[in-house]
Ligand binder design. Sequence first.
Ligand code: SAM
Ligand code: GLN
Length: 282
Amino acid sequence: MNVHEAVRDAAGMLKNSGIENPLFEAALLMGFVLNKDISYVYAHYDDPLSPDEYEKYIGLVSIRAGGMPYQYITQNREFMSLNFFVSSGCLVPRPETEILTEAALSWIEHKKSGEIRVLDIGTGSGAIAVSIAYYASNTVVDAIDISSEAIEIAERNAKTHSVNSRIHFMRKDLFDWEPDSPYDVVLSNPPYIPTPEIVSLPAGIARYEPITALDGGPDGLMFYHEIAAKINKLLKPEGAVFVEVGAGQAQFVSDLFESCGLLTSVYRDLAGIERVVRGDRK
Ligand code: SAM
Ligand code: GLN
């Protein structure tokens, strides 16, 4: 058995279970097993594979063929060019969320003042909080999440990137929490899928990602209502809030934010979907 034969077997298994890029993922997983990158795998197709390696590899390939998202298998996700540990206790950070993070980083850079206080609501793996602290050294970040598993994962990621001293993680329920004092920047990628739509999400999401990370209530908008209701407690007078929204939600969330006195603007993602609503206090 060599690398090529194993990858070919695996690609067949992945294809049969409807995985979109079976050959690519088969090669990626081989790289994971060999602890090498994908170009190494392509360049070493003729190398022999030990029975132990083959068994481990096919074991992981069957888990993937069963629908588990790739990132939960490798327990790693790149976000803002940083590696994040992920497990089934947290959402896998999405590329769209980089739009939110970059918008906030740009706001922070233009502000050019001393210390910037940031809040991340529903931090999950800590992807947003850790990236902000990592790329803007003048920030101090509070990050809340209702899930203790998520908080543990986020703390681990903050340590990995040596920003744990500037991030304070708290296990809190947004609906039952108020900050001691307001922030310069409030960020959130909250759960925003309407409850009735959760069943129709792709199986990899619905079966493996935590439901508390996805369920935005009957209309998907419950978290935006709560943020809007608390905006004066959350945000300093010169502050800005950035929230990620689901497709088709941007107009509603903009109107909601305008109705509580914010000036709003919208950022689109790479697919052209209105993905981030920003609100500035006037
Ligand atoms: N910020 C991460 C990201 O962008 O990858 C995770 C976002 S995930 C869509 C939403 C997060 O909100 C989950 O980690 C979930 O546990 C958390 N959450 C759900 N309900 C919450 C609540 N009532 N209060 C605080 N956090 C909550
Ligand atoms: N982006 C996730 C999805 O596509 C949803 C995350 C969320 O609710 N914020 O399923």
